[in-house]
Design a binder for this molecule. Sequence first.
Ligand SMILES: [Zn+2]
Length: 424
Amino acid sequence: MSSTPMSTRLFIHDTHVAGRVVDVLIEDGRIADMSPGQPRPEAATVIDGSRYAVFPTFANLHTHAAMTLFRGYGGEVPLQQWLQQWIWPKEKLLDDERVYWGVRLACVEMIKSGTTAFADMYFELPAAARAVHDSGIRALLGDNVFGDADRFVDASSYSAPEWQDEMVRYCVAPHSVYAVSDEGLRRVARYCAENDLRCHIHMCETEKEVADCLAQHGCRPYEHLAQLGLLDLLSHRLIGAHSLYLSDSEMALMSRHGVTAVHNPNSNLKLGSGYRFQYAELQAAGVRVALGTDGCASSNNLDMLEASKTMSLLQKGWRQDSTSTPAGEVLHVASRNGFEAMGVDAGELEVGRQADMMLVDLDNVAMVPDNDTVANLIYAAHNDAIDTVICNGRVVMRHRQVAGESEVVAAVREIARQMHLYRS
Ligand SMILES: [Zn+2]
């Protein structure tokens, strides 16, 4: 692993956690103590936390990490034209080495904006897993399948231990109800249920998708999954990216089966998908809502801090209600809810939890004055306020330095040149 080598014991003294000044002791990847005046432990890496506020890190629950390679490539053309003329021909040029560096770039960007876990949907998964391991963060890597999903017949190797370690987990990612056949969806669902794997799928992203499903199947997308028996099979394992255009009956189905809805506000806006994310209704129905950025090809960055602000502002504006989706709540959506959906015991600063956290610089101008630390983080700060990031008890960024960043940048520039991605 190329993250900063640290001992397994980390001690952050005199730091700010939810308005209190405490010492945070981390041992073997978990928060061991979080009280004031602790004696300095032996054999620990010590961080002076006095000018920082500690927050849980973000979990980006929907992205396509390697598509950092396509950042800004062919943007702002109609969706089908963009896919057919720009993205799909270039994706044919991707190999494991190129995917590796694309995922490495994504991990650097996510670490620098406070994210230590992500749910991905792409291909060349062994290379992606290697990149995640080398970056020192966590991922749920979804193998993107289309059509009849035939290759799941012999996908048992993905259940091997290296796919199910502490940092990288494998899941299956059927693209959508319109790109995967009914038989393919059934095959994936049976496989996920038998192997206790998550299933990550695009759902109800556009009004057209819903209208097409109604025309083809006589029901809406989540109802279609229910009729195929998939919601019974998958239940809480199902992660429905977007879930933007939902009926009341679909929200009731999602609640009954424990489905996670992943909101990707910047992608919905950038792709002109419209806006109808019914956060209040999903909350009332008891559906877990997580947050994502989608891939860099569609929303251009992987910044969960920016996505958090966008979500809150959109909800306030759309609902004409300044009390909608307050800062503390959007932080839970962007952090705790995402970790929960991934099955990772992080997202809250509590003794016993996994130590995924970030130190936010209270001297950063956006954090001054400290009238409301959470509101400052969500509404005022940019990611340059995030000084230090810790994942699984290990420091992966210190004073905004991420190990290997310059090597990653050089490698991606060279790949973009080789693939003729530059316009000129
Ligand atoms: Zn997507």
